[in-house]
Design a protein around this ligand. Structure first.
Ligand SMILES: NC(=O)C1=CN([C@@H]2O[C@H](COP(=O)(O)OP(=O)(O)OC[C@H]3O[C@@H](n4cnc5c(N)ncnc54)[C@H](O)[C@@H]3O)[C@@H](O)[C@H]2O)C=CC1
Ligand SMILES: O=C([O-])C1=[NH+]CCC1
Length: 308
């Protein structure tokens, strides 16, 4: 039997506009809870000894015959560590036979699809004439959010804050346009219309008292039930959207520990069953979903096949 192709260097195979449109469709369908999508909440294996977790993220999309699983390891690294906090591999299967059709890098997929999902939420929830984008954190997700957000929207100013000023300056130098490095979270978020939290923090770093009324927060980090990026004030005062209600109830420290009510899923806004409260201060709490990886992997695979 032939061994499946191993696809790395896939950045060119994953077009952002195409990805956004596929993600909108699948998130809208997910929130209808039809039988065509099977996606359990991520299984997480703690690696206590090593300060990490292994997440298993399978998904089956019956209408499109996509069967996929991502395996993602995430670690809270020491500051200055050269290892990535998020490492991932994706397996795509032929659901007819169970044969593996491809093994692929999951890091580009994870970075890009997460930013694309945040951009979908920002498109629906950020203030109408949003001018200032603020990124908290300067790692992989911050970079992909910068790329996707500046491609999808036009901002007058982009700000970044990071624990390490050097990293933030590096980020600003590498960015494709002007980025202001801010010395504190407070100064970075003041007056910002869109705030992306993409850190590995386990304690709140974004406080509601600093956030402009009507702003939109895309909260990407804090993926464990006892980890926080946002404080109770922000969680309780904002209208809270999530990618999956089940996922948020199991994994989001910001949702669980604040006791905040989840207003809607992103997919409920997309499929029209719940409104986008754009005029309010909004939080989109993102945890990541197997269906997002599945449609991404299929796009990569189809593009790769068309080039063979
Ligand atoms: N919602 C989703 O779908 C996904 C969420 N994530 C989560 O996003 C977060 C960022 O991931 P990556 O960008 O890949 O990691 P990364 O390691 O590339 O970047 C992490 C950033 O967080 C900062 N940071 C770490 N600890 C901090 C602390 N205590 N306070 C403030 N900043 C801190 C680092 O300085 C760095 O700027 C992680 O928590 C990861 O679990 C990752 C993938 C998908
Ligand atoms: O969706 C994802 O791949 C992850 N979410 C949190 C850590 C990794």
């Amino acid at each position: 039997s032939m061994s499946p192709p191993v696809l790395y260097c896939i950045a060119q195979l994953l077009d952002v506009a195409e990805l956004i449109s596929r993600l909108e469709a699948v998130m809208g369908e997910f929130s209808q809870r039809g039988a065509g999508l099977v996606q359990p909440v991520r299984s997480v294996v703690p690696l206590q000894k090593h300060g990490g977790f292994l997440g298993l993220m399978p998904a089956y999309l019956a209408h499109e015959d996509i069967l996929c699983t991502k395996m993602v390891a995430f670690y809270q690294r020491e500051q200055g560590s050269s290892l990535p906090t998020t490492q991932a591999t994706v397996l795509l299967f032929d659901p007819v036979s169970g044969v593996v059709s491809a093994v692929m890098d999951g890091e580009v997929i994870t970075a890009r699809r997460t930013a694309a999902v945040s951009a979908i939420s920002a498109k629906l929830l950020m203030p109408r004439h949003a001018e200032i984008l603020c990124l908290l954190g300067s790692g992989h997700q911050a970079v992909s959010h910068y790329e996707v957000f500046t491609q999808a929207f036009t901002f007058k100013e982009v700000r970044v804050w990071s624990r390490s000023k050097e990293r933030a300056e590096e980020f600003a130098r590498a960015a494709g346009g002007p980025v202001t490095v801010c010395p504190s979270v407070k100064e970075a978020v003041e007056g910002a219309d869109v705030i992306v939290t993409a850190t590995n923090a386990s304690e709140p770093l974004l406080f509601g008292k600093w956030v402009k009324s009507g702003a939109h927060v895309a909260a990407v980090g804090a993926c464990r039930p006892d980890w926080r990026e946002l404080d109770d004030d922000l969680m309780r005062d904002a209208v809270v959207y999530v990618d999956s209600r089940e996922g948020a109830a199991a994994e989001s420290g910001d949702v669980i520990l604040s006791g905040a009510e989840v207003f809607a899923e992103l997919g409920e806004m997309i499929n029209g069953s719940m409104p986008a409260q754009r005029d309010k201060t909004t939080v989109f709490k993102s945890l990541g979903m197997g269906i997002q990886d599945a449609v991404s992997a299929k796009l990569v695979y189809d593009k790769w096949k068309s080039q063979q």
